[in-house]
Write a protein that binds this ligand. Structure first.
Ligand SMILES: Cc1ncc(COP(=O)(O)OP(=O)(O)O)c(N)n1
Ligand SMILES: Cc1nc(C(=O)O)sc1CCOP(=O)(O)O
Ligand SMILES: [Mg+2]
Length: 208
């Protein structure tokens, strides 16, 4: 299995956003270092998720970047994406592993060492760990765990930890120092005045 990219861009499908334009801009800078996770709102239909994912996958293919699908693993399989990401409201990790098969990339959300170990034992190939900082992108999350919370999970598992939640380029060094392999972002790229430049700043911070 090819190594996992360190910058995960999660699509922003909120009203007024243009996820494909943002993905295109990020790919021109990050190329194969980028993982794009297609995440649509709960009210989106499977057809909408499928159509967006097909278009994202086509863009990713041009740059040999990885495309993952949040929650809807049947969409990932239908389009031929590399894998998916699941959390507490989605298929259990072991079931998700059965759906994706042994070689699919499977991310799982974990916020503490115990659940992190369980997710890895059940077949997760990487963990999304957060929220590291407060975020305005998603509601209903627990309090931020900060770099120390990331470190606790990193010390408990042997798979890549992707830090998520309020991540900016300025916050990357502390997360990397805590052992994070990479970061996942929505707003840092999607709401930037210049998404390509924001991507370059994140890549630079991740490679220092
Ligand atoms: C890299 C990464 N980490 C965490 C999440 C959150 O997934 P989940 O807990 O299932 O919440 P939703 O994204 O489905 O609302 C993620 N998507 N990616
Ligand atoms: C989708 C998501 N999941 C999170 C979690 O902690 O599980 S935080 C988050 C949103 C991340 O967006 P931003 O980079 O704009 O803060
Ligand atoms: Mg989910």
């Amino acid at each position: 299995m090819p190594s996992l990219g360190r910058l995960h861009l999660i699509t922003d499908t909120r009203p007024g956003r243009d996820p494909l334009a943002v993905v295109r801009a990020a790919l021109t800078v990050a190329h194969a270092d980028l993982v794009v996770q297609v995440r649509v709102g709960d009210s989106a239909t499977d057809r909408e998720a499928y159509d967006l994912t097909r278009r994202v996958l086509a863009l990713c293919a041009s740059y040999r970047a990885t495309c993952l699908v949040n929650d809807r693993l049947h969409v990932a399989l239908a389009v031929g994406a590399a894998g998916g990401h699941v959390g507490a409201d989605d298929l259990p990790v072991a079931a998700a592993r059965r759906v994706l098969g042994p070689t699919g990339v499977l991310g799982a959300t974990a916020r503490a060492p115990g659940p992190a170990r369980e997710a890895v034992a059940a077949g997760a190939s990487y963990l999304g760990v957060g929220p590291c900082h407060t975020t305005s992108t998603k509601t209903g999350l627990p309090d931020p765990i900060g770099p120390a919370g990331v470190r606790a999970v990193v010390d408990a598992v042997d798979v890549p930890v992707i830090a998520i939640g309020g991540v900016t380029a300025a916050r990357v060094p502390a997360l990397r120092a805590a052992g994070a392999y990479g970061v996942a972002v929505v707003g840092a790229v999607s709401t930037a005045a210049d998404p390509a430049r924001a991507t370059a700043e994140l890549i630079e911070a991740l490679t220092c």
